[in-house]
Every structure is written in C-alpha cells, then in structure tokens.
Design a protein around this ligand. Structure first.
Ligand code: SAM
Length: 213
C-alpha cells in the first residue's frame, strides 16, 4: 500500500469517527471542524476521480419520489458540486445552492458548473452547523455523504419541504448515519413521511417537514 492509499484509508476512518461523534454530540464539531475542512481541501483536486459512476443513484431514486419540485434547493456538503448539478438538471425551474465548509471544494464546484446551469446555481463556503440562510429558505435540502446537523437542517427547510440523505456505498460509506438514527433525530423536529431507498450499493432516506412546523 502506498502513502496515498494509507492516507485515504485513514481519512475514511477519521470521517466515520467524526460523523459518529458529531451526530451523538454536535458540540464536538468544534474539535472536528478544522481537521475535516483540511482533509477535504486536500482531497478536492482528486475528488471526482474517487467518485464511482453510480454514486448518486440512490439520491436520484429519492428525488424521483418527491411530492413536488422545489423552487429553492440546497445541497449541503456539496463537495465538487456533483449532487447539486443533478438537482439543477432534475428540477429545471429551481434555484440551487451548494454549500461546503472546504473552500477548495467550493472553488472546484464553481469552476465545473455547466454553463447551461450557471444562471440558477451558486456555490458558497458555509458550515452546515451554522448556516447563513433564513429560516425556511429551501423546499429541498440534500446531503450526499455528508454529516448532518439536525437543528440547522430543520431550521432552513421550509414547512412542507423535504430533506434527502444519500450514502453512495450504504453502510460502508465513511460518512454514514443509519435510517433509525435519522428518524429519531428528525421526528421530534417536525419531520414525517419517512422513506428508504436502495440503488446499487447505495442507500437514501427521504423525510418531509410538516406544513405547520
Ligand atoms: C464525503 S464529502 C461528499 C461530497 C459530495 N456531497 C459528494 O457526495 O461527492 C463530504 C463533504 O462535506 C463537507 N463538509 C463536512 N462537514 C461540513 C459542514 N459542517 N458544513 C459544510 N460542509 C461540510 C466536506 O468538506 C466535504 O466536501
């Protein structure tokens, strides 16, 4: 195993450790934020090479089940923007924002934005633990292989809006949260209509925020 493979292995284990710790105790993000940001800044130039072709198949399955198309969608932990591009293609009327704490990822997402999507997409550096958006700003929030911060997620999702979590390799994804945990965190925050999806090796989870929440 060469040095780069070792670094990748370590990075995957560290991402799982951070996910488990932060989901259990969000205050720990203060300790993980710097190392995670640096890890993904370093990975950014070769991120797309590491993505399998089917990485977003489960996300697409869940999006196909949305009750209605969103007007405004947010992709959290957007990385190089691949899931955000999928949103913009699937929902041609939607404004799509991609946010990521790693500035190198945001730079690449901006640079890679297909010209035909550019007028209704933007990419911004932002921390999902403390989002710079108004309450109820988005009818759809997606997280592809991304650590969830449930309070902020619930705050920025519009009443009646949806959230989708996708994990490209199911439970083998380094950043993975089991469906039971997602349900347990989302139900008290006003979400319901939970649904699970599977596509290839990947999984996704859809939830809808109550219209009065
Ligand atoms: C495993 S990558 C997934 C990237 C992309 N969604 C994909 O599936 O290709 C996780 C991404 O989430 C970002 N991230 C992690 N914690 C974050 C946070 N608190 N706020 C915003 N982005 C975050 C990382 O910088 C990284 O780009």
């Amino acid at each position: 195993m060469n040095l780069r493979d070792l670094e990748t292995q370590f990075g995957r284990k560290f991402a799982r450790l951070a996910t488990n710790a932060v989901v259990r105790s969000p205050v720990l993000w203060r300790a993980f934020r710097g190392p995670i940001r640096r890890q993904f800044d370093r990975l950014a130039p070769r991120w797309d090479e590491l993505r399998a072709d089917e990485a977003f198949a489960p996300l697409e399955e869940a999006l196909a089940a949305l009750p209605e198309p969103p007007r405004r969608a947010l992709d959290l932990g957007t990385g190089t923007g691949l899931a955000a591009f999928a949103l913009a293609r699937r929902f041609p009327q939607a404004e799509v924002v991609g946010a990521d704490v790693a500035e190198q990822m945001v730079e690449l997402a901006r640079r890679n934005t297909p010209p035909e999507l550019a007028d209704r997409m933007r990419f911004e550096p932002a921390d999902a633990a403390e989002l710079p958006y108004e309450d109820g700003s988005f009818e759809l929030v997606t997280l592809a292989n991304m650590i969830p911060f449930f309070d902020e997620l619930a705050r920025v999702t519009a009443p009646g809006g949806s959230v989708v979590f996708s994990f490209s390799s199911g439970s083998d994804t380094p950043i993975w949260v089991p469906s039971e945990r997602l349900r347990a965190e989302l139900a008290p925050r006003g979400f319901a209509d939970f649904a699970d999806f599977q596509a290839g090796a990947g999984t996704a989870f859809l939830a809808r925020k109550g219209a009065g929440s």
